[in-house]
Design a protein around this ligand. Structure first.
Ligand code: ASP
Length: 344
């Protein structure tokens, strides 16, 4: 079998930092020297090239234009590499991985996001292990030479998670990510164990990659909470520049049944907005038939977000609104699993 070739795309974040002895502060290091920082990469039978974003960013500054740039870099280099590893800050990694999963159609190669809680240049870093596991998984192929994980995923804390199922759950510990509604696609122990039944394969391995690069960001998020005011709800639901609103509800998809709240939802629905019900719970799904409070939302026109993360719902809406002019069509597509983001 030929050597796998991987493109490491460095966007910024903690992983690429090391202490500058003069400045006595963490600064990004020259990523072309990654093989010196992580010599273990040389032990794999892989060729790696690097692509560095300019400027490097803390991922709190990620904008959809960066996802477009990322999709462009992957698409322009698609035929030259067997897999892509995106080094990214952890804060918005789940958003970016979700976005790329919907932007890249017909993917037959791995796109693995990784990062770290501690910079790669400090002794106890988790960055090396995350990067090394990412390299091994990105290069892994089956006996026919096809990628073992041709999905957009997140490799972190010894687990490979589907990108659009992941969420950052910890700001301190090394296991910063979980995919609460889907078991890991792979787990790295003594060897890497793949959960082959879960991994999505392309319908055609040779099909060209298609990029959905048009994104429409006119989406808002309404998190319901006790004490929420009519003013807040109407500002978010009826905002003139908003085509869609993700309503983060309680439990199985429940929201206040106060007349003013439901009136506002009905008004937004009549205005043609796409309203999506996603639960605030970390685990579990929305079922609007369970309680009267959920049923009322369904009757008011709210569509089910099932067990979607908010990150995935947001990214899915950006992509669907970007490519479809008709909000009714967007609602239909929200009801389908496009890239394994919901259990349906
Ligand atoms: N603030 C950083 C970022 O998301 C944190 C990290 O990289 O882990 O870019």
């Amino acid at each position: 079998m030929t050597k796998a070739s991987l493109l490491l795309i460095y966007t910024g974040g903690t992983i690429g930092m090391k202490e500058d002895p003069e400045m006595k502060a963490l600064t990004p290091f020259d990523f072309d020297q990654i093989r010196d920082e992580v010599p273990e990469i040389r032990k794999f039978s892989v060729d790696t090239d690097t692509y560095t974003f300019s400027p490097l960013i803390d991922s709190s500054d990620v904008e959809p234009s960066m996802w477009q740039e990322l999709a462009r870099v992957i698409s322009n280099n698609y035929d030259r590499y067997d897999g892509f590893i995106v080094l990214h800050g952890t804060d918005t990694m789940a958003y970016s991985a979700s976005a790329l999963s919907f932007m890249l159609d017909g993917l037959s190669k791995p796109v693995i996001f990784t990062g770290s809680q501690l910079p790669i240049g400090v002794p106890r870093t988790d960055g090396k292990e995350n990067l090394i596991s990412s390299v091994e998984i990105a290069a892994a192929k089956d006996s026919e030479g096809h990628a073992l994980v041709p999905e957009v995923s997140i490799c972190f804390g010894s687990k490979l998670l589907r990108g659009n199922r992941s969420t950052k759950v910890d700001s301190e510990m090394f296991g910063a990510f979980q995919s609460p509604n889907l078991p890991p696609l792979a787990e790295a122990g003594i060897s890497i164990r793949y959960n082959k039944g879960l991994i999505i394969k392309p319908s055609c391995w040779d099909a060209p990659l298609r990029v959905n690069s048009a994104l429409d960001t006119s989406v808002s998020i309404l998190k319901v909470h006790p004490g929420i005011t009519p003013h807040t709800v109407s500002n978010i639901l009826l905002g003139s520049n908003t085509r869609a609103v993700i309503i983060e509800t309680y439990g199985a998809g429940n929201a206040p049944t106060a007349g003013w709240f439901l009136d506002c939802v009905r008004q937004a629905d009549r205005a043609g907005k796409v309203l999506v019900n996603v639960t605030q719970c970390l685990r579990g799904t929305v079922d609007m038939n369970l309680y009267a409070t959920g049923k009322a939302l369904q009757e008011a026109g709210v569509v089910n977000g099932y067990d979607s993360t908010t990150e995935a719902a947001l990214a899915k809406l950006f992509v669907l609104l970007g490519s479809l002019g008709d909000n009714e069509e967007v609602k239909c597509m929200m009801d389908r699993s496009l890239k394994g983001e919901i259990s349906k």
